[in-house]
Design a protein around this ligand. Structure first.
Ligand SMILES: *[C@@H]1O[C@H](CO)[C@@H](O)[C@H](O)[C@H]1NC(C)=O
Ligand SMILES: *[C@@H]1O[C@H](CO)[C@@H](O)[C@H](O)[C@H]1NC(C)=O
Ligand SMILES: *[C@@H]1O[C@H](CO)[C@@H](O)[C@H](O)[C@H]1NC(C)=O
Ligand SMILES: *[C@@H]1O[C@H](CO)[C@@H](O)[C@H](O)[C@H]1NC(C)=O
Ligand SMILES: *[C@@H]1O[C@H](CO)[C@@H](O)[C@H](O)[C@H]1NC(C)=O
Ligand SMILES: *[C@@H]1O[C@H](CO)[C@@H](O)[C@H](O)[C@H]1NC(C)=O
Ligand SMILES: [Cu+2]
Length: 573
């Protein structure tokens, strides 16, 4: 009797898990949209005539099918930021890494199953700089009927997408930067859910408003979709309890300021426990280049706001503004970024204690010789660039890396990305890095190099910032995997000293790490997903400078660890 009950229970659980996994289908029409911001009208590229684009709402275990129809004038791809893409690398999206672009007038259906992750992720264009306006939230709820959140159920859930706005056409801005070999023009505004907020001209109508009721709890799903800026986010008179980052649950962490780098997400509970009134939520940039040689590079120093309005309060009074951190508050940023720890539940993946492959990789700016197509570039000075271990990443032009990997095509990339920098020097010493010509890594090579990994390899990667052409924090994003952040620190990485600080118990799990400014971070991941996965700085300007590399993960021994062939509508070049 007991035994047949058990068998019945197992059978029901199995049927239950089958029935709960849904197929969620969407169509994305990408095309022109005219919007008014900052006193003028402008044509942007957007999905389904909305800016930001639609929020995708799924449960863990679901299969997402998104048919992307490109009616825009630009080559397009969509990346599902933070999704593992287990055995579905063809759907990852980075242009020329896992696919050729969807040409104007063409379409491609992205299809993938979401397993083993819950929380807030997002989707965005991964071609040119189009993600400036082509982005939206991707919310993954616990599998239907099985689990609830590991924190008190909020009364409401609210996506907060932080963005960056240019009055000019963003593709023109990027093209001009490329031609001159310089930095792109800075943005004109930041946005909350696509709206600039009423501290900007003509923006009363373009201010995001969140109506709240006294005593209720709100889960803010905060996403930094800005192109080139880390941000500080606050709400006047309200605190946050962070419960997840990058779709990984954290131990509850109380703070009144959130630091968030492009590519990252933060799930934070906010209780409406202030005296009923109107309060600003606000975001401004965190500028990690605190002490470069003067003059400091120009940056967009504006502030975007939204309004948290209590339903019982009169909306006529001006909202209360939070006291914001200074743009240069490295301490506030590091405190937030380094104090998070994972909520370890049974069944969660735990940090590997042994390592198969160790890498130490410099990440930083530099120069390369002007390319022939950079018509306005100063030959005697060179073009601004960025590199990892002295390699400035070049995107292939004729075939994507994944297709070349799958077909064994020669001549698209080489599998010799170095495990260490060619020289060791005082990487983060600003005083020795002022004169680029004197620096060993200032003139980088340009190449398409990948690091080849056997299936299931445990990788430890030290990301070492450099001071070449200025100290800056780079938000490094890995596709295809989450990683454990086992340690972070300042100055030059010293293994013997650093290992004493390794957190091998409950390190935070991320897909994007803001490498401490003038410092280093140590990450570990398990290469359990065959394919080609780009790792890159999520500051768009730095990605275009070449701050990237890729991992080529081989198939495992079984059909369940072998990448299937591409889908029939896979775009070719
Ligand atoms: C979309 O906008 C661009 C300018 O931004 C314009 O060149 C193009 O013709 C427009 N396409 C359509 C289909 O309206
Ligand atoms: C970039 O800024 C410069 C200086 O303000 C301006 O002359 C130029 O037109 C801008 N470029 C674009 C593409 O808007
Ligand atoms: C922002 O920069 C402009 C131009 O450099 C400057 O005039 C202004 O005072 C700055 N504003 C803030 C808030 O720092
Ligand atoms: C090119 O760069 C050199 C070296 O930095 C500088 O002296 C020169 O003025 C620059 N030329 C132009 C046209 O900007
Ligand atoms: C940075 O380099 C300078 C010049 O070599 C040296 O005097 C200084 O001590 C270094 N700073 C640190 C913090 O090591
Ligand atoms: C970095 O690469 C450049 C270009 O290939 C080369 O000239 C330079 O020597 C390299 N730096 C080091 C330290 O090897
Ligand atoms: Cu960067």
């Amino acid at each position: 009797m007991a035994r047949s009950m058990l068998i019945l229970a197992i059978a029901l659980a199995f049927i239950g898990s089958m029935a709960d996994a849904a197929v969620v289908e969407h169509t994305f029409h990408v095309g022109n949209l005219t919007v008014r911001r900052l006193c003028r009208s402008k044509v942007i590229t957007a999905v389904n005539g909305r800016f930001p684009g639609p929020t995708l709402d799924v449960h863990e275990g679901d299969t997402l099918v998104v048919n992307v129809i490109n009616d825009s004038p630009y080559d397009m791809t969509i990346h599902w930021h933070g999704i593992f893409q287990i055995l579905s690398a063809w759907a990852d999206g980075p242009n020329m890494i896992t696919q050729c672009p969807i040409r104007p007038g063409r379409s491609y259906t992205y299809k993938f199953t979401i397993t083993g992750q819950e929380g807030t992720l997002w989707w965005h264009a991964h071609a040119s700089v189009l993600r400036a306006t082509v982005y939206g939230a991707l919310v993954i709820r616990p599998r239907q009927g099985t689990k609830a959140y590991p924190f008190p159920q909020p009364d409401e859930e609210v996506p907060i997408l932080l963005g960056e706005w240019w009055n000019a056409n963003v593709v023109d801005v990027a093209n001009q930067a490329f031609l001159t070999g310089g930095t792109p023009n800075i943005s004109d505004a930041y946005t909350i859910n696509g709206k600039t907020g009423d501290l900007y001209p003509c923006s009363k109508k373009h201010t995001y408003k969140l109506q709240v009721e006294k005593g209720k709890t709100y889960l803010l799903r905060i996403i930094n979709a800005a192109l080139d800026n880390q941000l500080f986010f606050k709400i006047a008179e309200h605190g946050f309890t962070v419960v997840a980052v990058d779709a990984g649950y954290t131990k509850p962490y109380k703070t009144d300021v959130i630091a968030i780098a492009p590519g990252q997400t933060v799930d934070a509970l906010m209780v409406a426990d202030a005296p009923p009134a109107g309060y600003y939520m606000a975001a401004l940039p965190y500028i990690s280049t605190a002490n470069p040689p003067p003059p400091r590079p120009a940056f967009d120093n504006t502030t975007t706001t939204g309004i948290v309005q209590y339903k019982s309060a009169s909306p006529s009074l001006p909202p209360v503004m939070p006291a914001m951190p200074s743009f240069f508050d490295n301490d506030a940023a590091f405190r937030f970024y380094s104090h998070l720890t994972a909520l370890c539940r049974s069944g969660d993946r735990i940090v590997p204690h042994h390592v198969d492959e160790r890498m130490l990789v410099t990440v930083g700016l530099g120069l390369v010789a002007c390319r022939p197509t950079q018509l306005l570039c100063n030959q005697s000075q060179g073009a601004l660039a960025a590199s990892m271990n002295n390699v400035s990443f070049q995107f292939p032009t004729t075939m994507s890396l994944l297709e070349a990997h799958f077909k064994g095509a020669e001549g698209i990339y080489t599998a010799d990305f170095p495990d260490r920098p060619p020289v060791f020097f005082d990487f983060t010493n600003a005083s020795v890095n002022v004169v680029p010509a004197l620096q060993p890594l200032s003139f980088a090579s340009q190449a398409t190099k990948v690091k080849k990994l056997k299936y299931n390899t445990v990788v430890e990667m030290v990301l070492q910032g450099t001071a070449i052409l200025g100290i800056e924090s780079h938000p490094m994003h890995l596709h295809g995997f989450d990683f454990f952040v086992v340690a972070q620190g300042f100055g030059n990485y010293d293994r013997a000293a650093a290992e004493k600080s390794y957190n091998l118990v409950d390190p935070q799990v991320r897909n994007t790490i803001s490498v401490p400014t003038g410092g280093w971070a140590v990450i570990r991941f398990i290469a359990n997903n065959p394919g080609v996965w780009i790792m890159h700085c999520h500051l768009d300007a730095h990605l275009s400078f070449g701050l990237a590399m890729a991992f080529e993960v081989e198939n495992g021994p079984t059909p369940e660890s072998t990448l299937p062939p591409p889908p029939p509508d896979f775009p070719t070049c």
